[in-house]
Design a protein around this ligand. Sequence first.
Ligand SMILES: *Cc1c(COP(=O)(O)O)cnc(C)c1O
Length: 391
Amino acid sequence: MKLKAGRSSIRGKRAYIPYGRQQIDEEDIREVVRVLLSDYLTTGPKIQEFEEAVAQYTGARYAVAVSSGTAALHIACLAAGIGEGDEIITTPITFAASANCALYCGGRPVFADICPDTYNIDPADIQRKITSRTKALIPVHYTGQPCQMDEIHGIAREHGLVVIEDGAHALGARYRGQRIGGLSDMTCFSFHPVKHITTAEGGMVLTNDEKLYERLRLYRSHGITREEKLLQEDQGPWYYEQLDLGYNYRISDVQCALGISQLKKLPHFLQRRREIARVYDQAFEGQQDIITPYQREECENSYHLYVIQVPAQKRRDIFQKLREDGIGVNVHYIPVYHHPYYQQIGYDGVSCPQAEQLYRGLISLPIHPGLSREEQEYVIECVKRHVSETV
Ligand SMILES: *Cc1c(COP(=O)(O)O)cnc(C)c1O
């Protein structure tokens, strides 16, 4: 059998242009096949190798690879000690997992509004939302632009809060020159296929704290350990202990082989994403009815997403027409508290005005390393045409 890395799917004459897509090459395939033929399909040498590679890349001391970004957020909340009645503060403009992780632990997400220019969580509103029950802050580096971490760390220090960064969009992003991953108590990444690198499903928690690292490893695998220094007694070489209630959130060696191989291409992937963003920026600069997010000086965006705002009353039509053109536009995100589940559990009175305003005009455009210049020009042309034609 000859293995060939695929191209994006063709629908009709013009290729459908997805908003995000993995890029897998033959080297990735070879590395995965090598593990499939080895002794370990799961929990073998590739997991630690992947953890060490990501830790080294981001500058964090420890890394725990897990089965998804959502699992990473869940065990991070457990390791932070989030329990019944505890509050965490996060943004409404995120994937639901950034808030769900607190609910898994019996905690309660509280939504702080966003800054109207960067669309990231507003430190001033975090300050306003703090109560005696607040235990952790979960900032999300939306689109890949780091949040205002100095301000967020200042608030955390003042109130004794744990900071868990949701870095799902921000692998390779920098804040004041330092890569996202080693700046806070914990940072979570996702390796879903639309993210910067993929393991199909997968995630990771990074930390510089040895105690947190130990707890994260326990929660990943049933709360069970064989590590001598953690065991309460030693009954023999077969012996292990369950010290807490954990989960099976393990990732496999097969997946980590893909992750290791993908990480080697991350610099290229980032470069492509930034080039694409620059082309969009230039195309939309000064364009009537198209707003792009402000980029802060101290932040280097890794561009998981490229979003624009169009006038709210035109959004639906523009979106529809772009889909008809074969462009996989999307909306990231519906404010989390809008979802029926959140409405049912007491968030029906919640509203963050800036997040509401943003949501009404938001559209995500295609951005991924395999997007060709020609495809991007087509996207730009369609966006400009529909924005100017739609009334
Ligand atoms: C993708 C994503 C997650 C969840 O990651 P999974 O690996 O899909 O579980 C969490 N938060 C944000 C902001 C994401 O984009």
